[in-house]
Structures are given as structure tokens and as C-alpha cells.
Ligand binder design. Sequence first.
Ligand SMILES: [Zn+2]
Ligand SMILES: [Zn+2]
Length: 170
Amino acid sequence: MADNKETIICPACGEEMEKIYFPDQKINLDICLKGCGGIFFDNRELEKFDEKHEDISILSDLFENKEFKKVDSSIQRECPVCGMKMVKNYASTKHEVEVDECYSCGGKFLDYGELEKIRSQYNTEEEKASDVIKELYSATGSYLPEFEEKYNQQMKRPSILTKMIRLKRK
Ligand SMILES: [Zn+2]
Ligand SMILES: [Zn+2]
């Protein structure tokens, strides 16, 4: 995981982003406090913030009583670290929140309020896994081993998914 060190420019509104340190995660996030309230996550950082039990109270304090610039989240953005065009992907199978992703460095950008939305989608990791499996079954009608493989790599929690698939097979 490469924590970028330079000051970066917000891909949504062009303001300089500020580095804020999160001691629980031991990570600096780039946050657009002067502009739109967007957050840039370096490769693999988002997964340390996207579950309810992960502490983001610093963020709530920073955002309290602040008004942020409105931005058009449908516009294609460029990665503030490497300049590549970012790609919009849904954060989960619920298809509610779109995240801008850079396929070159793995960076992700969330608009203001999107992190909270992602965090509120699932109560537990099991719930999230169950949703992924449901979608998988409805899309293919059968179980694909490659998918389990891919999912395990992404989640880095093979035990939960494997356990659930075993249950389904019974
Ligand atoms: Zn911004
Ligand atoms: Zn990038």
C-alpha cells in the first residue's frame, strides 16, 4: 500500500485536498475540506473504512457544520495521483453508491456522504457476502469457482464465503 505523500488536487472540484491522519487505521486520507467534501483513498485504504465497526469519528468531527461545494458526480474524473481517467463502479451489489476508481494506482474517490452510505448498507461482513452470493446465483443459475476465488481475493476473508457456500450446497 503506497500512501501518497504529495498534496493532491481534488478530482471533483479542483481544490487542494488536505491530509488527515486516522490513528486507528494508521492511514492518511486526502479530504477535500476546502471544496466538495470528497475523499481520496489510496489503493486498499477504503476497505479499512467501509464497515460500521471501523472508527471514522474524526471525519464526522471534520464535516460537522460545514457546507461543501456541490459537484456533478456523473462527470468522468481523472486520478489526482497518476492522471489516468477514473472508472465508475458500484461499491456493492446493492448498486446504490458509485465509486470513482483508478485502474492504474488503485485509488478511489468518494463524493461527500458516500462513505456513510456505503457503511450503512450492511451490518456485518456476512450480510455483504450473502448479498454477493445471491446475485451470483441469480445471474448464473449455478456456482462458479472462479467467482469464489475472485471474491476471496477481494475480501481477503475466504472463511466466511466458503462457509456460506458449503451451507448452500447441503
Ligand atoms: Zn473537491
Ligand atoms: Zn491513479
